[in-house]
Write a protein that binds this ligand. Structure first.
Ligand code: G1P
Ligand code: ZN
Length: 540
């Protein structure tokens, strides 16, 4: 029996950089999740009958409840089949893979990525399309429009299913398949990387799963299939509140791992992943690798892994990501693409076979094997490269800089800033863009200033206002943009970059190398004046 439930619209359901993210309390309002899910189903009304839908999440607070709701609503929406991860668990890259492998119409991924979880923290719903990637703007815009007009949502009147037992059950006319969330994904990794070489190299490693979704994946792949010692995976059980931590693999929230890797007992390799498993942190013994450098180093060495032995078609990076990857693309004689922030822009390039490896400064790296960034994929490619070359992370990084030069890089985040003040800062900058070239700030001179706009080479679509770029003479740069994923106030991100050629100073302190640019950025944008903040909350 299908029940139609009357509802009224919420006005705040516009998806951001990566789906709809709100506080759990917001999602707990009557009909809130239902309205959003129904709006997705309404937008795909013509294709959904008889189709397959993948559902899974990162295990955070509300995950199971919303999955049960989504299953009942999918049955009413005449899907033929739902594929759901056991326990409601699917990492974002594993969900992307499952959508592709099962020929699904799409998937619902329940996550707020690296944001904290729990009754007072964050939840999110993201719709991914048939290529396994996040829905493009045309679809998310249509979903948002629908949320403003919705008056009814539909569900099959059925009890909760048992999410913990693998097998197939019926909900109305739809079958629900509860699958092992790990095995398909782990099999895919075995096709891309030389597991024998990694096993034989006998490397030591520490992996921090941050009490989030990658725990089961890392335990199976690293300790199970690759033979790393038991205990290699730390915080390996997904918890609804991530143990009270931010599951954000950066130097602030993965501090314990960083300290291990800088200490006397450090293993060869350290890594961490975020709430939903799409981000990565890479630290060698005594050597932190920035995500921008990691992208460049992986691209330069990817041919050492079986899945990429044929070479790369192209490398894509988001605009705020450092230009280190561009240097590699130039050396390999392949195209480099610069896209707006957010993984969805890479999907078209991957689908068109124009790029093979993509990455963002925010610790997201991935390839054409799925249509999301993939934390464990980056870890395994690093392990494959270390195993084949026999080099340490530090030696590999030094060799890389000696060949390509070094892009010193940092991101300064000002979190929970008053939205009006943040908007004023950005407006103020935008208004002055045309007059900035030629302006001197300390020893730096502005060569060019613009608001980044992207024309997608595959479909000609244009995305404007993607961040203010201040390019200094000599190749240094400051970029300003507001986060599209925050759930309270505004987050101002300031991205700082300075290029040192291979003949330059390759072994300096990043903070010292960027101090002048940081000062210039503050002077130029009036960060302190607009926000009242004297220093960033997080530096990554
Ligand atoms: C952030 C990152 C961005 C990433 C996104 C989703 O978005 O900066 O690179 O794609 O999370 O993981 P932002 O909050 O900056 O809009
Ligand atoms: Zn994530």
């Amino acid at each position: 029996m299908i029940r139609a439930v009357p509802t009224i619209p919420y006005s705040d359901q516009r998806p951001g950089t990566s789906g709809l993210r709100k506080k759990v309390r917001v999602f707990q309002q009557p009909n809130y999740a239902e309205n959003f899910i129904q709006s997705i189903f309404d937008v795909i009304e013509r294709e959904r009958a008889g189709a397959t839908l993948v559902i899974g999440g990162d295990g955070r607070f509300l995950n199971r409840e919303v999955i049960q709701i989504a299953i009942r609503m999918a049955a009413a929406a005449t899907f033929a089949r739902v594929v759901v991860g056991q326990g409601g668990i699917l990492s974002t890259p594993a969900a992307s893979h499952l959508i592709r492998r099962r020929g699904a119409l799409g998937g619902l991924i329940l996550s707020a990525s690296h944001n904290p979880g729990g009754p007072d923290e964050d939840f999110g719903i993201k719709y991914n399309v048939a290529n396994g990637g996040p829905a493009p703007d045309a679809i998310t815009d249509a979903i948002y429009a629908r949320t403003k007009a919705i008056d009814t949502w539909y569900m099959e009147e059925a009890a909760d299913i048992d999410l913990d037992t693998i097998g197939v059950v019926q909900v109305g006319g739809m079958s629900v398949e509860v699958v092992d969330p790990v095995s398909d994904y782990a099999d895919l990794m075995e096709t891309l990387f030389d597991f024998d070489a990694i096993r034989t190299a006998k490397l030591t490693m520490a992996f921090d799963a941050m009490s989030a979704v990658t725990g089961p994946y890392a335990t199976e792949i690293l300790e199970g299939r690759l033979g790393f010692a038991p205990g290699t995976v730390r915080n390996g059980t997904p918890l609804p509140d991530f143990g009270g931590h931010h599951p954000d693999p950066n130097l602030v929230h993965a501090r314990a791992l960083y300290d291990t890797m800088m200490g006397p007992e450090a293993p060869d390799f350290g890594a961490a992943s975020d709430g939903d498993g799409d981000r990565n942190l890479i630290i060698g013994r005594g050597r932190f690798v920035t995500p921008s450098d990691s992208l460049a180093m992986l691209a330069a060495n990817a041919h050492l892994a079986p899945g990429y032995a044929g070479g790369l078609k192209g490398i894509a990076r988001s605009m705020p990501t450092s230009a280190a990857a561009d240097c590699v693309a130039a050396a390999l004689g392949i195209p480099a693409y610069e896209t707006p922030t957010g993984w969805k822009f890479f999907g078209n390039l991957l689908d068109a076979g124009m790029a093979t490896i993509c990455g963002e400064e925010s610790a997201g790296t991935g390839s054409n094997h799925v249509r999301e960034k993939d934390g464990l994929w980056a870890v395994l490619l690093w392990l494959n490269i270390l195993a084949v070359t026999g080099k340490s992370v530090d030696a590999l990084a030094r060799d890389h800089w000696a060949r390509f030069g070094r892009n010193y890089y940092a991101r300064h985040d000002y979190e929970g800033v008053d939205s009006v003040a943040a908007d004023a800062l950005m407006c103020d900058l935008r208004d002055r863009l045309q007059s900035l070239p030629g302006t001197a700030l300390g020893a730096l001179t502005i060569a060019q200033a613009d608001d980044f706009a992207y024309t997608d080479p595959t479909d000609g679509s244009i995305s404007a206002n993607q961040g203010v770029r201040i390019l200094f003479e000599g190749g240094s740069r400051a970029v300003f943009r507001l986060s599209g994923t925050g759930t309270s106030g505004a987050t101002l991100r300031v991205y700082l970059e300075r290029y040192e050629p291979a003949t330059g100073n390759l072994d300096a302190d990043t903070g010292a190398m960027l101090a002048e640019i940081a000062q210039a950025a503050d002077d130029l944008a009036g960060i302190r004046r607009h926000t009242g903040r004297a220093a960033p909350d997080v530096i990554t």
